[in-house]
Write a protein that binds this ligand. Structure first.
Ligand SMILES: Cc1ncc(COP(=O)(O)O)c(C=O)c1O
Length: 405
C-alpha cells in the first residue's frame, strides 16, 4: 500500500495530513472526540476546480451553475456562492437550500424531471431564473401555472439527444430509453405548444445533461453539438434561443491520485465545448457538480471490528451505505486509507464493510490494507460528491458530522 500523495490530503511521517488555512494539520485532530463518522471538505480544493471551470469556459464567458445535488452542505454552498457562481437545483427543497446559502433566485436554474405544481408555483413566485422543462406535459403545466399566477416563466427545454455514454447505466441520462429530457422528434410539437403559451412563457433556452461520471469529453461535445443544432432548427420555427446549458457530467478518476488530471480534463472539456459553441452568440451555462466537489471530501470512519470468517477478512466500520451510498448503488470505487500509515504492519486483504443489515453494505471489496487496530480511524477518499447528499437514516443510525475546512 503506497502512502497517499495528493494536493489536498497526503501521508507524511506515517500520518494523514491536510492543510487548513495554510497550516499543516493532522487529519486526526479534526476528529476530536467525535463518536460518529465525519465528512470533511476542503475549500481550497473546491476553489481550484471552480477557477479551472472559469478559465476553461472563458471564451464563452459561461455561467457556472453548481449542481447542488452533488453536495448541499450549507457551508459548502455558501462558499461556492462566494466564488461568484450560480446554482442548479432539482427540487424546491434544493431551491430553498440554495436561497438559504445566499444564492439569489435569479441565479438558480431549476432542473428535474418531476416538478410538482407546488414546486413550480413556488419557484415562479420566488423569481427563479429558469425552469428547465423535461416534457410536453411539464411545459403545459408551467404555462398554465404562470398564466394563472400572472408571472412570466422563463423556460429552458432539456433535450434528450439519444447519446450513449460509458458510465454506470444508473447515471446515464441522455439515451433515448432514459426518462430524462424531450426527444428531438417532439420538438415541433413543443413549438406548437409554446405558441399557445407565448403570453406567459418565454422559451429562452435549451439544456442537455447526458449523465454523470463521464470520463471522455467526446459524448459531452456531441451533446453540445445537439444543442447548437436544435437552436438552429428552432430559429427556423421563429424561436430565438438565448441560452444554451451544456449540463454537467464530467467524471473524476477515483482510482488515480494525480489531481492535476482533474484540472486538465476540465480545461479540455471547456475548450472543446467552446469550440462547438463558437458561432452561438447567446449565453452559455453549465451545471457541474461532481467534478467540483468530489475530491474535496473525506469520510472519516472508525474501525469497530476486524473479523474473519475463515473465507474472508472484514474491516467493519461505523459508516457504510447509509452514509456513502455510491459503492452499493453503482459499484463505485473509493480509495480507503489508514489515518495512521504504519508500514511495519501486515498487509492483508479485507472487505471494508458497514454496520447496515444488508450484504450490499460494502465500501470496498478485496482491499489490501494494513491490519488495523479496532477503534482506529480510516479515511474514505473522494467522498465530497453524492456522499452526504445521498445519506439516509436507514437502520436509524445517526447522520455523520460535517466540517468545511
Ligand atoms: C440536471 C443535472 N445537472 C447537473 C448534474 C450534475 O452532474 P455531475 O455531478 O455529474 O457534474 C446532474 C447530475 O446528474 C443533473 O441531473
Amino acid at each position: 500500500m503506497d502512502p497517499l500523495n495528493r494536493d489536498t490530503f497526503f501521508h507524511k511521517d506515517n500520518e494523514l495530513f491536510t492543510t487548513v488555512d495554510g497550516v499543516l494539520t493532522p487529519v486526526k485532530t479534526l476528529i476530536g472526540s467525535s463518536e460518529k463518522p465525519i465528512y470533511i471538505y476542503s475549500k481550497s480544493c473546491i476553489e481550484k476546480r471552480i477557477n479551472a471551470y472559469k478559465l476553461a469556459f472563458k471564451e464563452k464567458a459561461a455561467h457556472i451553475h453548481y449542481a447542488v445535488k452533488a453536495n448541499s452542505n450549507l457551508e459548502v454552498l455558501k462558499f461556492i456562492k462566494s466564488l461568484g457562481v450560480g446554482a442548479d437545483v432539482v427540487s424546491i427543497g434544493e431551491f430553498n437550500r440554495a436561497l438559504e446559502a445566499g444564492f439569489k433566485a435569479s441565479e438558480i436554474i431549476f432542473s428535474g424531471v418531476g416538478k410538482t405544481k407546488l414546486e413550480i408555483k413556488e419557484a415562479l413566485t420566488k423569481g427563479c431564473r429558469q425552469l428547465n422543462c423535461e416534457s410536453l406535459s411539464e411545459f403545459r403545466r408551467i404555462g398554465e401555472l404562470s398564466k394563472a399566477l400572472k408571472i412570466k416563466a422563463y423556460v429552458g427545454v432539456r433535450i434528450n439527444p439519444d447519446i450513449t455514454v460509458e458510465t454506470h447505466p444508473y447515471i446515464a441520462t441522455g439515451f433515448r430509453e432514459n426518462k430524462f429530457g424531450v426527444p428531438l422528434k417532439q420538438i415541433s410539437e413543443l413549438v406548437e405548444l409554446a405558441k399557445s403559451f407565448k403570453e406567459s412563457v418565454e422559451w429562452v433556452g435549451l439544456s442537455c445533461h447526458i449523465g454523470s461520471q463521464i470520463m471522455t469529453t467526446d459524448p459531452l461535445v456531441l451533446a453540445s453539438q445537439a444543442l447548437v443544432n436544435t437552436a438552429k432548427d428552432l430559429k427556423s420555427y421563429g424561436i430565438e434561443i438565448k441560452s444554451l446549458d451544456v449540463g454537467g457530467g464530467l467524471g473524476v478518476d477515483y482510482q488515480d491520485d494525480d489531481e492535476s488530471k482533474d484540472l486538465k480534463s476540465i480545461q479540455a472539456f471547456g475548450e472543446k465545448v467552446c469550440h462547438v459553441l463558437k458561432d452561438f452568440s447567446g449565453e452559455v451555462c453549465l451545471e457541474p457538480g461532481r467534478s467540483i466537489v468530489a475530491r474535496s471530501g473525506l469520510l472519516l470512519a472508525r474501525v469497530e471490528y476486524v473479523k474473519t470468517n475463515g473465507f474472508k477478512n472484514f474491516i467493519v466500520l461505523n459508516t457504510g451505505m447509509h452514509h456513502l451510498m455510491r459503492p452499493s448503488l453503482y459499484q463505485a470505487y473509493h480509495k480507503i486509507v489508514p489515518i495512521d500509515f504504519n508500514s511495519a504492519r501486515k498487509l492483508e486483504t479485507f472487505d471494508v464493510v458497514g454496520p447496515i443489515c444488508e450484504s450490499s453494505d460494502v465500501l470496498g471489496h478485496d482491499r489490501s490494507f494494513y491490519r488495523p487496530h479496532e477503534e482506529e480511524w480510516v479515511a474514505i477518499l473522494d467522498a465530497g460528491a453524492y456522499g452526504m447528499s445521498m445519506a439516509s437514516a436507514y437502520n436509524h443510525h445517526e447522520f455523520p458530522g460535517e466540517i468545511l475546512m
